[in-house]
Design a protein. Sequence first.
Length: 276
Amino acid sequence: MTRAHVIVVGNEKGGSGKSTTAMHLVVALLRQGYRVGSMDLDARQGTLTRYAANRSARAIIVGADRLPLPTHVPVARSEMADQAEAAIDERRRFEAALDELVATQNYVVIDCGGSDNFLGRLGHAHADTLVTPLNDSFVDLDMLALVDSETLAIQRPGVYSELVWESRKQRAIRDRGSIDWIVMRNRLSALDARNKRDMGHVLEKLSKRIGFRFVQGFSERVIFRELFLKGLTLLDMVEADPDQQLKLSHVAARQEVRMLLDALKLPQPQALASAS
């Protein structure tokens, strides 16, 4: 059996939609018939863990056949006072959980917290594909690069770009692997505003400089927040409730999810049949 493909969803900026993106990727892959593991490295806030718990509770109501579930594992930060001992503890628990998932699943989706810590760096360094949701704002772009306010010239990479660079080096040292980095423009406005055009211009230049692909993510929609408590995604609305009437905005949002998955260009698992 081949090793599962690891997708890490990360960004040090909070509120960018990491957990929502992670769960939609999980469900999109589940609904294609794959076995999917999910891991929450921000267990203190635990958004993805609560999302998964809400989904499990909903599956009891509507039936597991209508609501496929991932194998979910939360990994909490160490409570050890000594920093070196805490790092050893976190590495041991993270690698044990990941080893189990990559040996039994086709894909593993890891949701990292919105801060720089050792556990999050471990997750980044084990990514095959790194997805970074980014609100379409220069406030959020500051994590990727410092930009001149007058000329929009890129002055230098930001703190998160430096973290990804270090993660790529760690991945190469460990197993000579590489990380395919995708920056996902999230909460896009439908209006052709100047800020939107400027963001696209800077991202295009930055992608060539520090090595990522950028794709369109999800538009700003209330439905994303409403689905969390039910443990559902946009790909479950009709499947979990056949009487549900989709609005045009829901149909468009479901298409955004499918387009994102296509844009990631994930490899197909080679051992799906033999592992069934």
